[in-house]
Design a protein around this ligand. Structure first.
Ligand code: SF4
Ligand code: F3S
Ligand code: FES
Length: 254
């Protein structure tokens, strides 16, 4: 092991990539032992191309098996491992060590605004309750002509393409200051998923969804803070989607 800089020369057979030690300071909480969360340091040997998720695995497998966090796909698809890394919501599996300042410790903690269960795990039920409330599925009561499909033009499909990319990681909702202060707010992720169907030309449930979001805990709680857009690992224009839903409510329909 050595202390390497991240702009070291390209590896050769004679000079392979060097590992280095990174300090992670992780916010721990065990409800059976701790009255309050506490910070714990771990020194981990890493390579520049490792991800924060690799560091958490190394801690769990080599240093402290009690460290608790969610992960599944490890490739930015399942949305399980959103967490605060150096104060910013990110997916641990998409955050490369070489993109962080390793001259300082890296702070890792659970996302905010949802009940903390253990270490990096929060209770996602309130988040998914809001998601379910906006009816995130196609509502199409009228039947297409016999033998025909529900067709859609390229332009109609493009209208809601951005919001189809959501992986329900909660990075947006748990970075929203309105949600931190009032967990009743539907939150940006629920609105994004409503948008995906409100602007789908095949859908017939837009009015219901717009009614649901025209609520005191609905879209009007958004203060256009943009934290959600900055946090989204899928690059979804979350604040714009919320603005489009607001406009649709004002127009009376999508
Ligand atoms: Fe995650 Fe982006 Fe979906 Fe929010 S909109 S839940 S940040 S993927
Ligand atoms: Fe919150 Fe995003 Fe609006 S951070 S206030 S939902 S723009
Ligand atoms: Fe699936 Fe990171 S583990 S998104």
């Amino acid at each position: 092991m050595s202390t390497a800089t991240l702009d070291a020369p390209a590896p050769t057979p004679e000079a392979p990539i060097q590992s280095f030690t990174v300090t992670f300071i992780i916010r721990r909480f065990d409800p059976e032992v701790d009255a309050e969360p506490r910070w714990q340091d771990f020194d981990v040997e890493m390579y520049p191309t490792d991800r924060v998720l690799d560091a958490l695995h190394k801690v769990k497998w080599e240093q402290d098996g009690s460290l608790t966090f969610r992960r599944s796909c490890a490739h930015g698809i399942c949305g399980s491992d959103a967490m605060r890394i150096n104060g910013r919501n990110r997916l641990a599996c998409k955050t490369l060590i070489k993109d962080l300042d390793i001259s300082k410790p890296i702070y890792v903690e659970a996302i905010k605004g949802l009940p903390l269960e253990k270490d990096l795990i929060v209770d996602m039920e309130p988040f998914f309750d809001s998601f379910k409330d906006v009816q995130p599925f196609l509502i199409a009561n009228s039947k297409p002509e016999k033998g025909k499909e529900r067709t859609q033009s390229i332009a109609e499909r493009a209208r809601f393409d951005d919001t189809t990319k959501c992986i329900l990681c909660a990075a947006c909702t748990s970075s929203c200051p309105v949600f931190w202060t009032d967990g009743q707010y539907f939150g940006p992720a629920a609105i994004v998923n409503a948008h995906r169907f409100i602007f789908d030309s095949r859908d017939e449930g837009s009015e219901t969804r717009l009614d649901i979001l025209n609520d005191k805990e609905g879209v009007w709680r958004c203060r256009t803070t943009f934290n959600c857009t900055e946090a989204c690992p899928r690059g979804i224009q979350v604040t714009q989607a919320i603005a489009e839903v607001k406009q649709a409510i004002m127009r009376g329909k999508a």
